[in-house]
Design a protein around this ligand. Structure first.
Ligand SMILES: C[C@H]1O[C@@H](Oc2ccc([N+](=O)[O-])cc2)[C@H](O)[C@@H](O)[C@H]1O
Length: 503
């Protein structure tokens, strides 16, 4: 009897692990890789491109960047786009997420002067992708605002919403016949809470007025998004047949203990960090998250949450065909425990909250970025409940390593495999997750970290004028997952890259 019990336990355990190992991604799950214009293109002033805020900042204030570098040449994708597409074919991906440089197609930021060379560049890239059945997923705005518009107040100018709508029209008109998925903005949270602080001429003033700045920025940004979405809906969708969404960065904020106060603090953090941007678009209520605003006021905050008018709420609500999620990491949240002022100004500063990674979570080359357990699943489960089960795409997810030759990037492989398990957990739970974009296709200019952090699954030699690209171990492992639709922990690549049939 005992023997039978032991045997059935062994069989059940083996079956359990076999089942776990063989969990598969459905055939229609979209795998891809992502980049953004300023981070890879280079050719900063070539063929009529206008200056953007990063050209200006990084040329004039190089001390902001860890290694004093800039994106003038970056991975030189402006001249290497055919090699980029070849890499995508090697990987066997279904989609490529890239962004349009606003100042490359509209050098002054306004739509009265369109740069034909800029349009031609993106046409060439899109056509090259389509030649090999790789679907373009286009981000309209990935942070690189034309300098001319920044000089007029940038996103804080209420007219920004019209400038963006005009720009989006040029994008839909020129590329929408072939591009079937658009993202209006990449990461409003970072635009309004982080990069807004880095750009423009008077950084200190901006930090002083950070709350007002964050809320106006958030409002202008989601209204601009809604204008572009409604424009697509009314003038382009019927003939082009595509979809339009937005990408929000969603780190997972988890209560540090079972204490209900920590759960309240965690939810306030979620709402203050990404709810400010997701709630107006995806919630049934619309506008800024009410509970978050009330909590701020209760704490005698000096800030008052300036909400949307009823008309604005209705205009913005429901303006996304899908929810793009950039997800990298998680933090544990503790109420009433803040010991130090955080270096990054935040609308949460008024609340007494401590956030830190879990003790045993592996840390990457970026100290704030750790491998947190099952955080994609936790984040998407929560978003699904809050926002009535939207369709999701993971539009970025990746792992930084230090600069250097990290071709055998085992840490990145471990991270990607953990992410894949978390994606499969989402699919098992019935979350409507349709695709995943690895950040990044190749090493690139990592904002204030310059070239000191590498996220690529292809290495780029930045000392080589040709910017030679070499696949890392993670590229082979990702390719294997895409091809076989499951995570094979036994797989050790031979490191010889080829293009398989069909691509
Ligand atoms: C590496 C990429 O980073 C993206 O931005 C973020 C934002 C927030 C987090 N986070 O963990 O909270 C991670 C990355 C950005 O969109 C992309 O351009 C890359 O730089």
């Amino acid at each position: 009897m005992k023997l039978v019990l032991v045997l059935s336990l062994v069989v059940a355990t083996c079956l359990g692990s076999t089942v776990r190992q063989q969990r598969r991604f459905p055939d229609d799950f979209i795998f891809g890789a992502a980049t953004s214009a300023y981070q890879i293109e280079g050719a900063w002033d070539e063929d009529g491109k206008g200056e953007n805020i990063f050209d200006y900042e990084n040329h004039n204030f190089p001390e902001i960047i860890v290694d004093g570098s800039n994106g003038d040449i970056a991975a030189d994708s402006y001249h290497n786009y055919k090699r980029d597409v070849e890499m995508l074919r090697e990987l066997g991906v279904d989609a490529y997420r890239f962004s349009i440089s606003w100042a490359r197609i509209l050098p002054t930021g306004f739509d009265d002067e369109v740069n034909p060379a800029g349009i031609a560049y993106y046409n060439n890239l899109i056509n090259e992708l389509l030649k090999y059945n790789i679907a373009p997923l286009v981000t309209i705005y990935h942070w690189d605002l034309p300098k001319t518009l920044q000089d007029l107040g940038g996103i804080l100018n209420p007219e920004f919403t019209d400038w963006f709508e005009d720009y989006a029209r040029v994008v839909f008109e020129n590329f929408g016949d072939r591009v079937k998925k658009f993202l209006t903005f990449n990461e409003p949270r970072e635009i309004c809470i982080v990069t807004l602080m880095d750009t423009g001429s008077d950084v200190k003033d901006k930090i002083n007025s950070k709350a007002v700045t964050t809320y106006s920025c958030a409002k202008h940004l989601v209204v601009a998004h809604a204008k572009a979405y409604r424009l697509y809906d009314q003038e382009f969708r019927a003939k082009q047949g595509g979809e339009c969404g937005i990408t929000i960065s969603v780190p997972w904020y988890e209560a540090g203990t079972d204490n209900p106060e920590d759960e309240v603090a965690a939810e306030l953090t979620r709402q203050g960090e990404w709810g400010l941007f997701a709630h107006p678009i995806f919630s049934a209520e619309g506008g800024f998250p009410k509970k978050f605003g009330e909590a701020l006021i209760e704490k005698n905050a000096s800030l008052v949450l300036a909400d949307f008018t009823e008309e604005e709420k209705a205009f913005v609500k429901g303006t996304a065909d899908f929810f793009g999620v950039n997800h990298y990491t998680a933090l544990l949240v503790y109420a009433n425990k803040k010991e130090i002022e955080s270096s990054m100004p935040s609308v949460l500063d008024e609340l007494d909250i401590l956030m830190e990674p879990g003790e045993n979570w592996p840390v990457s080359a970026s100290s704030s970025l750790t491998l947190a357990p099952d955080s994609i699943f936790k984040a998407l489960s929560h978003l699904r409940t809050l926002y009535n089960d939207p369709v999701f795409y993971i539009t970025e997810n990746g792992w930084p390593t230090d600069s250097g030759l990290d071709i055998i990037d085992n840490d990145r492989v471990r991270y990607y495999r953990a992410s894949m398990e978390s994606l499969l957990n989402c699919l098992d739970a019935g979350i409507r997750l349709k695709g995943y974009m690895a950040w990044s296709l190749m090493d690139n200019f990592e904002w204030t970290a310059g070239y000191t952090q590498r996220y690529g699954i292809y290495h780029v030699d930045f000392s080589d004028p040709a910017r030679t690209r070499t696949p890392k171990k993670s590229a082979f492992v990702y390719k294997h997952i895409i091809k076989h639709r499951y995570v094979d922990y036994e797989y050790e690549p031979d490191m010889i890259m080829t293009i398989d049939e069909g691509h």
